[in-house]
Ligand binder design. Structure first.
Ligand SMILES: Cc1cc2nc3c(=O)[nH]c(=O)nc-3n(C[C@H](O)[C@H](O)[C@H](O)COP(=O)(O)O)c2cc1C
Length: 187
């Protein structure tokens, strides 16, 4: 069986549910998939995996440190494996006020540059939108996010439960994971 490992880092929870959805889709496609929250568990060995997916939320332009630690630790081994990177971020959410050049720049900063930093040539890069959970947001996050709330609501983020605004395109996330499964199975 083709086996996949998904390692993620999250500050506000978005990347956890995105990772679970990617894993669910990979399983539906016949792969074995294990999900690891890099903050809670340090992966010791990646030898048994055919595909390694590494994801992070973005705050203040930065990945979380734990998935980066994973990339650093396994840099050499990952260079010889099928790897995919993804991010959950506000820059990938639809917005009438953000210019396409700024979106392209964010994509480059968060994904292409990250792959280059660790000498990786990923089979796929996923640029997925943000979620903002005002019920569980730390004070430092709500300081920034209260002002932006109106903007992303008018940009089409859905209030999926009280206080949780989600702009992720789940169909796009599932389609990305299905494509990834096909890449993992080939060759
Ligand atoms: C305080 C704060 C700062 C953020 N900074 C950025 C940023 O620099 N670039 C971006 O694209 N999104 C930014 N976002 C949006 C987050 O990437 C988004 O909420 C994402 O869903 C967070 O992922 P996580 O829940 O997995 O941590 C920010 C969000 C917060 C609350």
């Amino acid at each position: 069986m083709v086996s996949a490992l998904i390692v993620y880092g999250t500050r506000l929870g978005t990347t956890a549910s995105t990772s679970e959805e990617i894993a669910k889709t990979l399983r539906e496609e016949g792969l074995e998939a294990r999900v690891v929250d890099a903050k809670k568990e340090k992966v010791k060995d990646i030898a048994g995996y055919d595909l390694v997916v590494v994801g992070s939320g973005i705050v203040m332009g930065k990945w979380t440190s734990e998935p980066e630690d994973f990339l650093k630790k396994f840099q050499r081994e990952l260079a010889g494996k099928k790897v995919a990177l993804f991010v959950s971020c506000g820059s990938a959410s639809p917005s009438p006020t953000v210019k396409p050049e700024a979106v392209a720049q964010a994509r480059k900063n968060y994904l292409d540059d990250k792959a280059a930093q660790y000498g990786l040539r990923p089979v796929a890069l996923g640029f997925f939108g943000a979620a903002y959970d005002y019920n569980n947001m730390p004070w430092w996050a709500s300081m920034f996010m209260n002002a932006a709330k109106k903007d992303f609501i008018t940009s089409g983020a859905k209030e999926t439960k009280l206080g949780l605004y989600d702009s992720r395109d789940w169909d796009a996330i599932r389609a990305w994971a299905r494509d990834l499964a096909a890449k993992a199975r080939s060759g």
